[in-house]
Design a protein around this ligand. Structure first.
Ligand code: SF4
Length: 429
């Protein structure tokens, strides 16, 4: 379990010591298998084999099924009653399924065995299975494992577990380099690459890579720019390889993106030799993003928002909405509040912002109903009932699936919050 901010039961003053409601009750959050939906599109020669039940298969299929055209790069090896009853050797079955799969799909160069609740219940050791199968299929196919089980992970922690499993595979380097950590849409990755080129920062690598044969190198001279706030385990694994995190807000909105880039700029130590370069390269892009946001600020200014805990993007998004769009934060819930990863974000929240960590869903629903926010950010399971009660909701999963990082996406990110409000206005009319 990742370390979290020390918690206090109710409110405290100021954002250096944020007001946090601690919750450890029933939660309404997807499990970590969901990450496969975007990870399989990112690492284009990888395959994700969930070792799970029909429920797991349905979850993945319904979350990603609309994108299956020909050969999907994820599947579920179903643990059935015979396995659960111990009548079949699950390891033998798994070896058979993997052998069949790799014989049929020579395009697969990296195979993730993804653990689930059922594989944990029958104590199937997927790390041993991955080591055993690697002996057979290496070097053609790299076989790794991680857990996406709902017992151990929430929603975006699946990506964290997947990337953390990749870290031991990364080659060593002593060269100074920048590693951007977290799955980004290809278009966003290309934009950031251009910006780093213009700033003269490099070499720059991205984790996860688009191809499993191009794993980024890491070592004591690697600086880390973390692009997603839910990668605590991956960060810890990279730091154990000697890399150092650059403390920065996350690249959401004009301000967050500027400060995120500035962290790399400062680390490259170019301020003295080229004092105006950062402003010359980044300034126009920041201004263009701010101009686009000014229009949406007219719609969002003064609107009250309530975040249920789901993706761990909640704190950076709340900072963006409050500071750049004038949105009022009623409550900002997150499954976990990682003190280290959120160090710069928490300091930027308006003083007195009510945070909550974890969930006790009924009590949180009571607080939400009492507060009557203009918009609620929550998971799919809560959205429909809340809409039926007359509230306006935004699915938090959409904020993870959409390209929302960087200057050019800042306006699209704000649009994800204006659209539900527009829709509600039209429905009322
Ligand atoms: S891993 Fe667990 S929570 Fe996730 S779909 Fe499978 S059974 Fe459900």
């Amino acid at each position: 379990m990742s370390p979290v901010i020390p918690l206090i039961a109710e409110r405290s003053e100021g954002c250096a010591t944020p007001a946090v409601i601690k919750q450890r009750g029933q939660r309404e959050v997807f499990c970590g298998l969901t990450g496969i939906v975007w990870l399989h599109r990112k690492i284009q020669d990888a395959f994700f084999l969930v070792v799970g039940s029909r429920t797991c298969a349905h979850l993945i299929q319904s979350a990603a099924g609309v994108m299956i055209f020909a050969e999907p790069r994820f599947a579920t090896a179903i643990i059935d009653e015979r396995d659960l009853a111990g009548l079949a050797d699950a390891n033998t079955e798994l070896d058979r399924v993997v052998t069949q799969l790799l014989a049929r799909r020579p395009d697969i160069k990296m195979l993730f065995l993804v653990g689930s609740c059922p594989s944990e219940v029958i104590k199937l050791d997927l790390s041993r299975a991955a080591a055993r199968l690697s002996q057979t299929f290496s070097p053609n196919v790299r076989i790794l494992n991680y857990s996406g089980s709902g017992i151990e992970t929430t929603f975006t922690q699946g990506e964290d577990a997947c990337l953390a499993s990749l870290v031991p595979q990364l080659p060593h380097t002593d060269e100074r380099n920048l590693l951007v950590v977290g799955a980004l849409a290809d278009v966003v990755e290309a934009q950031f690459r251009r910006l780093f080129d213009e700033l003269g920062i490099g070499p720059v690598h991205f984790l996860p890579p688009r191809n499993s044969r191009e794993l980024p190198p890491v070592g004591p001279n690697t600086k880390l720019l973390i692009a997603q706030p839910f990668l605590a385990d991956t960060l810890r694994a990279l730091e154990a390889r000697g890399a150092q995190r650059l403390s920065a807000p996350f690249p959401f909105g004009a301000e967050g993106t500027t400060e995120w880039l500035r962290a790399a700029w400062n680390a490259w130590g170019r301020q003295q030799t080229e004092p105006t370069k950062f402003a010359n390269v980044v300034g126009p892009k920041r201004e263009r993003a701010a101009r686009a946001l000014a229009r949406q600020r007219l719609e969002l200014q003064g609107k009250r928002i309530f975040f249920f805990p789901d993706s761990q993007l909640e704190v950076p998004l709340a900072r963006f909405l409050a500071r750049e769009l004038g949105v009022v934060l009623v409550e900002v819930g997150s499954p976990y509040l990682h003190a280290k990863l959120l160090d710069r974000e928490l300091a930027l929240l308006p003083a007195g912002t009510q945070l909550s960590e974890g969930q006790d869903v009924e009590r949180q629903l009571d607080r939400c109903r009492a507060a009557k926010p203009d918009i609620v950010v929550c998971g799919l399971g809560l959205a429909n009932p809340l809409e039926a009660e007359g509230m306006t909701t935004k699915w938090s999963i959409e904020l993870v699936f959409s390209p929302v990082h960087g200057f050019e996406q800042a306006s699209d990110l704000a649009g994800l919050f204006t659209r539900p409000l527009d829709r509600r206005t039209r429905l009322v009319a």
